[in-house]
Design a protein around this ligand. Structure first.
Ligand SMILES: Nc1ncnc2c1ncn2[C@@H]1O[C@H](COP(=O)(O)OP(=O)(O)OP(=O)(O)O)[C@@H](O)[C@H]1O
Ligand SMILES: C=C(C)CCOP(=O)(O)O
Length: 256
């Protein structure tokens, strides 16, 4: 809960939803428009109030991270690499903010490069007091996957999924949702697995992403969410309105 005591929601828009992951720096404009419409409609209908958005890297961050050989664990001490990856994420973020502003969503940017770091043990710290203050002032903070300073490594990649778990923990969010390209975590028959409580029960089904992705695809996502300490939901773009209306479509992940 935030200071206003309204329920808080953290929603990640997958980078593979809002970009074309097969081409470097290619936005999927129509998909971003649909997501922005759903967010704007849910806010104006009062279905959500305190909302934090996070977006992934898609063909912006992952392309440049891959070019520089940087991942969540492989770092770079080159300032140019850090700035190129961060710059690509800011470019994508500018598109996201603009489409939200077109619909009167009061979105403001929070760049994790300036608000987070990893220590020698790779433990992540992300400050969230500014996010709570933004919510209190009626803004919709927008975070994203980014580079972060990492003790002993230079910079490493912070996935949008990690940004979600860190911000959700920091602001004690009530609901966490991941809008991905798939309707949920799928089993071998392509059926949505409704609930996941441990990694081992689904490990055989989990693969990497289909496209360039330095942060681990669905396997990385499920691991991150099992560590969250609160239930999270993974669903596809068609279920975004349902999630924002308070329902739990797709796969529910609860590692508690
Ligand atoms: N068992 C599975 N069920 C569903 N998707 C799977 C599975 N195994 C692998 N995947 C892949 O994982 C992808 C989703 O992970 P990805 O990291 O691309 O998600 P995202 O959050 O939408 O994007 P980004 O990481 O760019 O923000 C799917 O598009 C699919 O290719
Ligand atoms: C590659 C970068 C910079 C961000 C990755 O975030 P993700 O797309 O959520 O995995």
């Amino acid at each position: 809960m935030t200071a206003s005591d309204a329920p808080t929601t953290v929603l990640k828009l997958g980078g593979s939803v809002i970009t074309d992951k097969d081409r470097p720096e290619a936005l999927d404009g129509p998909a971003l428009d649909r997501a922005a419409d759903a967010v704007a409609d849910a806010l104006s209908a009062g279905e959500v109030s305190d909302l934090v958005l996070v977006h992934g890297g898609g063909s912006f961050g992952h392309y440049h991270a891959s070019e520089h050989g940087v991942s969540k664990t492989e770092g770079s001490g080159e300032a140019r690499a850090a700035v190129e990856i961060h710059g690509a994420m800011k470019t994508l973020d500018d598109f996201v903010l603009a489409r939200l502003h077109d619909r009167d969503v009061p979105a403001v940017p929070v760049h994790p490069f300036s608000a987070a770091y990893r220590d020698e043990a790779a433990a992540l710290s992300l400050m969230t007091e500014q996010v709570e203050t933004m919510l209190g002032e009626g803004f919709v903070p927008v975070l994203h996957g980014d580079v972060v300073a990492h003790a002993g490594e230079g910079v490493t990649i912070l996935s949008g999924d990690e940004a979600v778990t860190a911000v959700a923990t920091g602001i004690d969010a009530d609901r966490v949702g991941f809008c991905s390209t798939v309707p949920g975590v799928l089993d071998d028959d392509e059926a949505v697995i409704p609930e996941i409580e441990s990694y081992d029960e689904v490990a055989p089904f989990l693969g990497e992403s289909d496209a360039t992705d330095v942060t681990g695809g669905m396997a990385g996502k499920v691991r991150t969410l099992l560590d969250l300490g609160a239930p999270a939901t993974i669903f596809g773009p068609d279920a975004l309105r349902e999630f924002l209306a308070g329902e739990d479509p797709g796969t529910r992940i609860d590692g508690r």
